[in-house]
Structures are given as C-alpha cells and as structure tokens.
Design a protein around this ligand. Structure first.
Ligand SMILES: CC(C)(COP(=O)(O)OP(=O)(O)OC[C@H]1O[C@@H](n2cnc3c(N)ncnc32)[C@H](O[C@H]2O[C@H](COP(=O)(O)OP(=O)(O)OP(=O)(O)O)[C@@H](O)[C@H]2O)[C@@H]1O)[C@@H](O)C(=O)NCCC(=O)NCCS
Ligand code: ADE
Length: 476
C-alpha cells in the first residue's frame, strides 16, 4: 500500500488578512472580466482548502486535475478568455469567460462539483453582468446545497455550528486526494479527441525530454545514428489516428474474451507501423509504443466504455486479459517458428526469450503494465520541479524497474540490467534531475551510452505510457 499523502504537510501558511486581501483581488478580477465581456458568463474556479494552508504541490495537483476536466466541459461553448493563477499563496485560482447562458454554465459547474471524483473540493462561481440574476446559487436552480466533506449533511450548517474540527475536515480532503491519485488512481472517462491528443502529447513529451541517456532528444541523438528528434515528432503525429482507432475498439468491444480485443487492434497496429516507417523514412522509432500504447488505450477505452471513470487497477486487469496468450502461445510459437526457419527473423525479444527466457514487452502486457502505477505514476506525482525534471526522474525510475529488451539487445547480455540499476541508484543519491549534479550525471551517462551503443527504448516507451495516463489524470 503506497504511503498516504498529506496535502497540507509542505504547504505555505497564510494569515487571515491575506485571505481577505485575496478576496478583494478576486472580486476586482471578476469585475474586470465582466466589464470586458458584458454579454458572456464569467466563471471563477478555486479549491476549498480548510485551515491556514491554502496551496502546496499536491493542492496544485488537485486543482490542475479538476481544471483540465472542467475546461473540457466548458468547451461546448466558445471560450473567450482563460486565466490561471496556480501558485497564489491563498490557493490556485482560474477564471474562464464563456459565451454561454448563466444558468446553463452554473448547471455544468454544479454537475462537475458533484460528479468529478474530487469535485467536492472545488468551488465554482458564475457571474453574468447582463443577466437579471447576475449570480446564481444551487438553490436558485433547485439543486441540493453542497454537502459536508465529513458527514454529508448541509455543509453551510456544519460550518456555522462548527460541528467538525479542522483535523477531521483536512483528513476528509486527504482521503479524497489519496483515493484519486495514490491508492488506485482514478482515470476520468475522456472523449476520443482528448484521448488522441493525450497519447500524441505523451509521445512528443517523451521525445523532447532531455538529457535522456542513450535516447534521442533535441540535444543528442543518443546511441542512434538513424534517427533524430524530428523522426519522433513525425512518427508521433503519424500515429494519432491509430490512437483513436484503439480507443474506439475498446469503447465498442462486446466480446467475452478480451484476447479478441488485442486481435481486433493488431491490423490497425500493423498499419500504424507502416505509417511510422513512412513518416520516418524506414526507421523504427515507436514499434514498441505502437504495441504497448495501443493496448493501453484499447484497455482504457473498454474500461471507460459506459462513461465510468475506471481505476488504474481495472485498466491494468483489462491489459493483462488482452495479453493472456502472448506468453503462453505467441512467444513460444514465434520462437519455435524462428528455430524451424533456422533462427532467421527472430526479433530481439524473441531471441532473448529463446536464450534467457526473458519475456520483454509481451511480459509487460501479460503482467498488466504493473510498473505503471507502482513506479511510473507514483514518481511523476511525487516529483517536483519542471515537467522535464519530473519526466527525467520518472524515466530513470522506470528504467531500473523493467527488463528492457532493447537495452539487452544492444549490450549483448542481460547483465546490463544490474549495471543500469547501479547507475540509477547513483542518480537518485545525487538528488535526481532537480539537482545540477543529477542533470550533469545524466549527460555523462549519455556519453557512456553512446560509447557503448546502449539505448533503453523500453524505458522510453514506458515513459510514454506514464505520460499518457499523467495527462488524463491531470498530473501533466
Ligand atoms: C509484440 C511486438 C512488440 C514484437 O516485438 P518484439 O518481439 O521485438 O518484442 P520486444 O523486443 O520484447 O519489444 C519490442 C519493443 O518494445 C519495446 N520494449 C522492449 N522492452 C520493453 C519493456 N520491458 N517494456 C516496454 N517496452 C519494451 C522496445 O521498443 C522501443 O525500442 C525500439 C527502438 O530501439 P532500437 O534499439 O533503436 O530498435 P531498432 O531500431 O529496431 O534497432 P537498431 O537497429 O536501432 O539497433 C522502438 O521500437 C521503441 O518502441 C522494443 O524494441 C510487436 O511489435 C509485434 O508483434 N508487432 C507486429 C505487429 C503488431 O502486432 N503491431 C501492433 C500491435 S497492437
Ligand atoms: N527517445 C527515444 N530514443 C530512442 N528510442 C526510443 N524509443 C522510444 N523513444 C525513444
């Protein structure tokens, strides 16, 4: 069980007068937007944090996750202005101006507060200068009042009667955070366009993260003579339609055996490989990604088929069921087939299975991408600093947690896995990518990898999977 996070622990304490001053700032900001957009509806979004700590890295994660989702909800109208102030000491805040009817927008806001898993931590106000109502409450629209985080009674009455002490209310906030991000991450059920964009973003984000030892990035082509960062940009963009096909296949799958869902996407995967080779001039940038990300998206599509927001563990169990035959049937058959053909045409993964009984990427699928939650999302969530820093820390954590067939192929032996674990341990001792020493170490490692022609393509692919889910859950 992952250790529980206290969102208030490392936060900055603010005084009452700062909260009051900020309220004036918010009113002035709202008035400014109402004057500039008199015919539109102004929406003010903030999070309700009880006590003197109103902002922290984890409170910003709560805000960002909800903010991305709520913006997508508002996109049914024309969005005329977006302003975000995520690091204000008095708490993250956002303002959106939409060309929508005041009551309709307020109903969307209430639905979001009620249905998004962390929605009750949000407070969303809507104002329209030219509407006779100007501002609407839940009661005005016939909705029940907001319920208390601790006892589900009327929140306003609990506050007035001081029914619960601060520790109880903060514990309720922490419970919601840990259930959404830590214990078994919740993945909101997004529409196809958002999912395709998230998958493409993940491929692009992985490519531009730097410095990645042995891998291609904007500064170094690592241990690859046949491709550069533009090969990955071209390849990622060529794969976007395939990501949509995988989601649809999962969303519309009605079979009883999930191995059939994998069979259903394989023809699209082969076509995606062709599109990749066409986009890169015949270079293998994302062969592994096509396989793993295609499967993850199809599994997520299936798990969210009734617009339910699935947990990560449910998506992982679908992945594992899809890949049930990869180890028991496909790999042995491929290897036996290769042996019959005199070993020609065996891939690196198949060779390593024959030689060392290593199961490579197929093993990861059959295992339901186990390291995705335990290592990938956990490191991405716990890392602070820029997104580049957080993705570098996640890459190195993943690298030591998987058996990377690309790395073993290039090193010529599985022993490289133990060497890599030592390098990652040293990187962690230096403080990771957030420190100058950690970054310098990665640059030195890149030189060593280039000298020894090493590349950890499998870890890079896992970073893509993690970035994809990080995007969907609001961590990126
Ligand atoms: C089932 C397949 C993936 C067959 O692939 P294979 O038999 O080769 O299986 P593996 O070797 O185990 O893995 C293939 C690629 O998966 C990545 N990978 C490796 N280990 C792991 C791991 N533990 N976790 C996750 N992912 C892993 C890795 O891909 C990346 O590295 C490649 C780039 O590295 P590089 O060294 O440059 O490779 P090359 O260019 O080929 O060699 P060089 O000349 O440069 O030295 C790149 O692919 C990254 O993505 C492994 O390479 C599946 O491909 C298959 O069956 N395909 C057929 C069609 C199909 O079904 N496709 C769609 C399925 S939905
Ligand atoms: N950035 C990268 N460099 C080399 N191989 C990769 N496979 C996936 N991403 C990669």
């Amino acid at each position: 069980m992952s250790e529980q996070v206290d969102v208030f622990e490392k936060g900055q304490v603010v005084a009452l007068e700062q909260v009051l001053d900020n309220r004036e700032w918010r009113v002035a900001k709202q008035a400014q937007l109402e004057a500039r957009f008199p015919k539109a509806t102004v929406v003010a979004v903030k999070v309700n944090m009880p006590g003197a700590v109103k902002n922290s890295a984890t409170i910003q994660q709560i805000f960002q996750a909800g903010w991305q989702l709520f913006l997508a909800e508002l996109a049914t109208w024309e969005i005329q202005q977006v302003q975000v102030f995520a690091s204000r000491p008095t708490g993250p805040e956002g303002f959106v101006v939409v060309a929508g009817d005041l009551a309709d927008v307020k109903k969307k806001a209430i639905a979001f507060e009620e249905h998004f898993y962390m929605g009750r931590l949000f407070d969303i106000d809507t104002m329209a200068a030219q509407s006779p109502d100007y501002q609407l409450s839940r009661q005005d629209l016939g909705f029940d009042p907001r319920t208390c985080l601790v006892c589900e009674e009327n929140a306003k009455e609990c506050a007035k009667a001081k029914r619960h002490d601060l520790a109880e209310i903060q514990a309720a906030v922490n419970k919601i955070y840990n259930e959404y991000f830590v214990i078994d991450p919740i993945i909101p059920a997004w529409d196809q366009e958002t999912v395709k964009k998230a998958a493409t973003f993940a491929c692009l984000a992985e490519a531009v993260t730097t410095p990645k030892p042995g891998l291609v990035d904007p500064v170094s082509t690592g241990a690859h003579q046949d491709m550069d960062v533009y090969s990955f940009l071209d390849s990622a963009l060529a794969l976007e339609p395939y990501f949509g096909l995988c989601l649809d296949a999962g969303r519309h799958f009605r079979g009883s055996q999930l191995t059939s869902l994998l069979m259903a996407i394989r023809p699209s995967g082969r076509r995606a490989e062709e599109a990749m080779f066409l986009a890169t001039g015949g270079v293998n940038t994302h062969k592994g990604t096509i396989f793993t990300l295609g499967i993850l998206i199809a599994a997520y599509g299936y798990a969210s088929r009734n617009q339910q927001s699935p947990s990560l563990s449910f998506v992982q169990s679908v992945v594992s069921q899809m890949g049930k035959d990869l180890l028991s049937k496909e790999l042995p058959e491929k290897v036996q087939g290769g042996a019959d053909r005199g070993q020609g045409g065996l891939t690196a993964g198949e060779e390593q299975y024959r030689e060392y009984q290593l199961t490579g990427v197929r093993g990861e699928v059959a295992g339901g991408f186990a390291v995705l939650g335990r290592v990938g999302l956990k490191t991405l969530r716990e890392s602070t600093g820029s997104r580049n820093v957080r993705l570098l820390n996640t890459l190195m954590a993943l690298a030591k947690s998987i058996t990377d067939s690309t790395l073993i192929k290039r090193a010529g032996s599985p022993e490289i896995t133990a060497e890599l674990a030592n390098w990652v341990a040293h990187f962690d001792d230096l403080g990771g990518a957030e420190t100058e020493a950690g970054l310098a170490y990665l640059k030195d490692l890149d030189k060593d990898f280039i000298e020894r022609n090493l590349s950890m393509g499998g870890a890079a692919d896992y970073l893509v999977l993690t970035a994809f889910l990080g995007r969907l859950t609001g961590l990126l």
